[in-house]
Design a binder for this molecule. Structure first.
Ligand code: HEM
Length: 121
């Protein structure tokens, strides 16, 4: 398995553990305020990043692309900025909004870069 795949999958499992803990905490407290942040952490952090990891394992030549590691880091920073921003926004902390905007744009750039790699010859 390419190292890049391992990077994606190793970080994705951390996000899903955090996401599940968040889900369990919401259930225990019966407070679902953070449900959208839980959903995005799981669906971007776990599902999307793990899919990228499995893709790079299925098509290892794509992991050799010069920008492939940049794509990993851009997608990673996207999660790191967007999810805390979303949590703060849901908690009605004004500082959250710029973070969620910037984080979601970084996340989009990561996905566009991934798409470029997928379509590249
Ligand atoms: C231990 C595992 C998990 C627990 C305990 C858990 C718990 C929860 C809870 C309590 C809610 C809020 C329900 C409500 O608003 O009534 C929720 C929503 C949701 N969860 Fe999870 N969850 C888990 C794992 C996952 C995973 C792995 C995913 C996706 C891959 C996921 C995706 C979602 C989505 C999409 C929502 C809806 C969010 C919304 O309505 O804004 N969850 N979950």
């Amino acid at each position: 398995m390419p190292k890049l795949s391992q990077w994606f999958i190793k970080s994705a499992v951390i996000y899903v553990i955090l996401g599940m803990l968040m889900g369990i905490t919401m259930g225990m407290k019966q407070d679902f305020t953070l449900a959208p942040a839980h959903a995005h952490l799981n669906l971007i952090g776990w599902v999307s990043l793990a899919l990228m990891g499995f893709y790079y394992n299925a098509v290892p030549a794509k992991a050799e692309w010069r920008a492939a590691y940049a794509q990993f880091w851009i997608s990673t920073v996207g999660v790191w900025v967007m999810i805390p921003g979303l949590i703060l926004t849901l908690l009605v902390v004004p500082a959250g909004e710029p973070l969620v905007i910037v984080g979601s744009l970084i996340t989009l750039i990561g996905m566009v870069l991934f798409a470029v790699n997928v379509y590249r010859r």
